[in-house]
Design a protein around this ligand. Sequence first.
Ligand code: MN
Ligand code: MN
Length: 451
Amino acid sequence: MLKTNAWTSWTENEKEKAFDFAEEYRRFISVNKTERKFLEASVNMAEKQGFKEISKFNKLSYGDRIYKINKGKQAIFGVIGKEPLELGARFIVAHIDAPRLDLKPSPVYEDEGIAFFKTYYYGGIKKYQWLTIPLALYGIVVLKNGDKINIEIGDNPGDPVFTITDLLPHLSKDQLKKPIEEGFPGESLNVLAATIPLKKDKEPVKANLLRLFKEKYGISEEDLISSEFEMVPAGEAKDLGIDKSLILGYGQDDRVCSYACLRALVDIGKPQKSIFCVLVDQEEIGSYGSTSAQSTFFQFFLEEIAEKTDYRRNIRYIYENSKALSADVSSLFDPGYKEAYDPKNTARIGHGVCVERTTGGRGKAGSTEPPAEYIAWIRKIFDENKIHWQPAEIGKVEQGGGGTVATFLARLNIPTIDCGTGVISMHAPFEVTSKADIYSTYLAYATFYNA
Ligand code: MN
Ligand code: MN
């Protein structure tokens, strides 16, 4: 079902299934807005479907459902297949981090009787989009004794929210003349946090804010140094459009692919080949950390599987015979900005999961360019299973570009192609996806796991 609008070819029953799946997804992303929360909820979902921590197994056999977590921010879920590992496995890798505003290690300051949080944006954002919207604060503080304190403010009933202010239009003559990049410098993304002063203090409003932190959570200003605080858009993801065909929500890049590949994995019974869903952190900042796609955690996990399935050969044979999808979102043609896209090679909303051969930019730099033989195999399995899918490219040549985790699998000698849901307004506080594409993505991943 190449380049076909899913809504015009699906039966009423199929449309209903797409809406039901999207509703479960909408609820999931509404309450899991950080990589830690997403991972925790993923583990809960998997455990309900019989998945167990790999350390609980001495030996692994056909049908065993396993997972392993890395530092609370990365995980691999897997089902052991009927075939020996040597014949290859199926991997889908998706990232669970999303663009946001992180608090700096010493975030709190006071200026003219107002307390603010200083932030440093995480991932590629258009900074002006993050002004004047309600923001929620999520994070953990780890004390020197190892205790972890969870803090969530902004999404529970009765919670206050935060915001970054903007200059009123009446006084914006100079601001509006500046190029956007200069008009909104990163250092000015300061979050309005409090205004009530504590008596007799040099910085009374800041002092009062820190007092509230101390009373409510038992943490001091110094403790914030060992914290992970993320400011994200407050509020739940919503149905969008009078026909409710779309979803508007935060962090869909790449929780839409993460959710779809995890669901595809846990919904499968006993697969022919061993199948894995790898959820990684730090994709939006280049995948350099210990919980990213470049961490040796992935290889270490495979070695543990090999050991517990009595696999004796070098692990590289598994790679050589495996196949992978880099489950990442693609950009969709946005008619409001036609000049940025190549209309013949950009994906269309509602036309199914995107398959992206070329990522990167500037002479394909950073792209993994999977062999045509692999793309032919993907075409075959998707067409045979009536998957709505479309080839995709991010936009016009030399207009920009972007990388994905595909490169970190490809370098292990696993053929890998980017395959995921299309998004409009990517990296904006609220991104747009189509329920037809979300459900097609899920079906595509299930097809891949079964192929
Ligand atoms: Mn991204
Ligand atoms: Mn992504």
